[in-house]
Design a protein around this ligand. Structure first.
Ligand code: 13P
Length: 283
């Protein structure tokens, strides 16, 4: 299996982005694995604090190992938006390939201090670190309200944060928030150029759901190498299960229902991988 940091760096050179797809159930995970296998693409499986708490850190690591070995795919595991340094250290110890420390709720200097601590710990163990200084708002749910107003952090402040902490990847605010809303986000791709003109780093897009295909492609051209998607997967999962029970109200056998949600997640992931320019032929 390729090393994640190399896969991300090569993505930049090749004008692609690796998708991070979040999961909290086995059928969602199976859908991501199936998509990665069918398109021969690297994937990052993400678990937020809540998702990891439900699925289990050890369980996620074991499932990732089994999937990689059996399917011969580049599958990585990221702890998404971790806010607790000790919990992230545990994820490192258990075998996550990447951790995202989200210290954006802390004052700037405290965020730097904690992020540096986690960088020191993770790097010694070969684990990739993503940091966050600009709070990326919203929640991975569907809302019929308009998107909350986005305040963008100054690019200079983000660059200073990257430099002072030594992180590999930065969760960068370019206008999107987590979740799908009544309106689409206004994206500011030029911010990626502005940041990369000041400092070299791997740029991550959060709130990938609901961002238009053309905005995604522009962001990748500018240098985004990792794109996080959650809400659209949750939605596909819910709709598939809802439809299945509507059509077969008497069905109670999980293994007859859950292949439908697995496949709905798989299709959504495949669509994203294609947009992210990462569908590859097996050689
Ligand atoms: P969405 O739920 O908007 O896809 O965002 C996911 C995300 O950024 C996870 O960190």
């Amino acid at each position: 299996m390729g090393r994640l940091i190399e896969v991300l760096k090569e993505s930049r050179v090749n004008g692609r982005a690796v998708g991070q797809f979040n999961f909290s159930t086995l059928d969602q995970f199976q859908g991501i694995v199936k998509a990665a296998k069918e398109l021969n693409a690297p994937v990052i499986c993400g678990t937020s604090g809540g998702e990891a708490d439900f699925f289990g850190i050890k369980e996620a690591v074991s499932m990732a190992r089994i999937a990689r070995e059996r399917e011969n795919i580049n599958l990585f595991l990221n702890f998404d938006h971790g806010k607790d340094v000790d919990l992230l250290k545990k994820a490192v110890d258990e075998g996550y390939d990447m951790i995202h420390f989200d210290g954006s709720d802390f004052p700037f200097e405290k965020n730097i201090e904690l992020t540096k601590e986690i960088v020191g710990y993770a790097k010694e163990r070969g684990v990739v670190v993503e940091g966050e200084v600009s709070k990326i708002g919203g929640k991975s749910t569907v809302s019929d309200e308009k998107m909350e107003e986005v305040t963008l952090t100054s690019v200079e402040k983000v660059a200073k944060f990257v430099k002072d902490t030594g992180i590999d990847c930065i969760a960068f605010d370019v206008g999107s928030v987590h979740g799908v809303y009544k309106d689409s986000p206004k994206i500011f791709p030029e911010r990626v150029d502005e940041l990369l003109n000041i400092i070299s780093c791997l740029v991550v897009l959060h709130g990938g759901s609901g961002v238009s295909e053309s905005d995604i492609k522009t962001l990748i051209e500018r240098g985004v190498v990792k794109i996080n998607v959650n809400t659209e997967l949750r939605l596909a999962w819910k709709e598939a299960i809802g439809d299945a029970f509507e059509e077969n109200p008497k069905e109670i056998t999980p293994y007859k229902i859950l292949p439908l949600s697995r496949d709905a997640v798989c299709d959504t992931v495949k669509n994203k991988i294609n947009i992210f320019n990462f569908a590859q032929k097996r050689v």
